[in-house]
Design a protein around this ligand. Structure first.
Ligand SMILES: Nc1ncnc2c1ncn2[C@@H]1O[C@H](COP(=O)(O)OP(=O)(O)OP(=O)(O)O)[C@@H](O)[C@H]1O
Ligand SMILES: [Mg+2]
Length: 345
């Protein structure tokens, strides 16, 4: 039963670099929250501050009501798996896991029991005597995870733990980690810049930009109802078309569609899977640039008359060829003005 509260935390590095900017977040008991954002948006810095490896310039953090802002890492009830996992390669798996427990003066038979338990949990039963260098990348990541879990932290902190692994292994491990996290009901903060990872694992996603929160929501909401053009462009594939609205009509280079908002600039957001195309011989709104057949579906890259690039997902890619004229019929759109949503349909 552990709740993490981050209140108005900032970190300013010499430079000055405002890596984390007045950031607040509550992580509920047993919840897994993903911090998602582009490189340099402050994800690792924030996580390192929660783990105690970086000191905040201002702000307060509590775990179960207790102020941990200035508690050293080894005294915090947190366990952290770093972006590049740092296992001790000169020790075997058992010793890697036992190390932290020894520091905490846990009795040897208790150490054995806990290490065996956690190896079982991460699917590495019997690997205790193996040297870390004799393990695959995926196995090493599991040892890194086990090493934080064995200390039974109240809060688990994971910084892109699968970044160095191939796609298949990454998918498998994220399912395993999600299973373990739910079984242990451990409150978790997970950093990634992989949106698939965030969408598939998180109870809630925090989209970060320049050290600030751009949106906090459930994954399906972040995907379906991005609150800003930045989130719209960052999560999944999104066509963002900048144009103007006049008398309820949005237009951009030969393409127009009704948009019931006041006159002015607007950014129209349409997902490739929500855009229907029809091949036409005249009055086209765009031109097919390239067609890619992915087997399960196809992707048509097209250009509006001013060369704006747009993507549309199609179920029959063989119906389209480069150079053909098409018209566009979006089934779901959102529109933004500045940073605000002005329309959704
Ligand atoms: N020790 C440091 N000294 C100075 N600047 C730093 C330091 N650590 C990070 N920064 C800067 O703070 C900003 C945020 O860095 P951070 O590592 O938190 O980003 P990130 O979101 O984790 O990125 P990535 O996805 O690439 O890991 C960056 O501009 C980075 O250059
Ligand atoms: Mg990072």
């Amino acid at each position: 039963m552990s709740v993490l509260k981050i209140k108005e935390i900032s970190k300013i590095f010499a430079g000055p670099v405002r890596a984390v900017d007045n950031f607040s977040l509550d992580v509920a008991d047993g919840e897994l929250v993903c911090l998602l954002g582009p490189s340099g948006s402050g994800k690792s810095t924030l996580l390192r501050m929660v783990g105690g490896f970086e000191t905040p310039t201002s702000g307060v953090m509590t775990i179960d009501g207790e102020d941990i802002t200035h508690v050293p890492p080894e005294k915090r009830p947190t366990g952290m798996v770093f972006q590049s996992h740092a296992l001790w390669t000169h020790m075997n798996v058992f010793k890697n896991l036992a190390f932290g427990l020894k520091l905490r003066k846990v009795a040897p038979d208790e150490i054995k029991r806990r290490v065996d338990g956690v190896l079982d949990l991460v699917g590495l039963n019997g690997y205790g005597t193996r040297h870390v260098a004799q393990l695959s990348g995926g196995q090493q990541q599991r040892v890194a995870l086990a090493r934080s879990l064995v200390l039974e932290p109240k809060i688990l902190l994971l910084d892109e733990p699968f970044a160095s692994l191939d796609q298949h292994l990454r998918e498998r491990l994220r399912e395993e980690v999600r299973d373990i996290q739910q079984r242990l009901k451990i409150t978790t903060l997970f950093v990634t810049h992989g949106q698939d990872e965030a969408l598939s694992m998180a109870d809630r996603i925090v989209v970060m930009r320049d050290g600030k929160t751009e949106q906090i929501d459930r994954p399906d909401i972040v995907y379906r109802e991005p609150q800003t053009p930045f989130v719209a462009g960052f999560i999944g594939t999104m066509n963002l078309i900048e144009g103007t609205v006049s008398n309820g009509i949005f237009s951009k280079a030969g393409y127009s569609t009704p948009l019931p908002v006041s006159d002015g600039p607007a950014i129209l957001a349409v997902r490739p899977e929500a855009l229907d195309l029809s091949v036409v011989t005249e009055n086209s709104q765009g031109k097919v640039h390239r067609v890619t057949d992915y087997g399960s579906h196809g992707l048509v890259d097209l250009e509006l008359l001013d060369s704006t690039r747009i993507k549309a997902m199609v179920s029959h890619p063989d119906l389209f060829r480069a150079g053909q004229g098409v018209t566009l019929a979006p089934r779901a759109i959102a529109a933004y003005r500045g940073n605000a949503v002005i329309h959704r349909a």
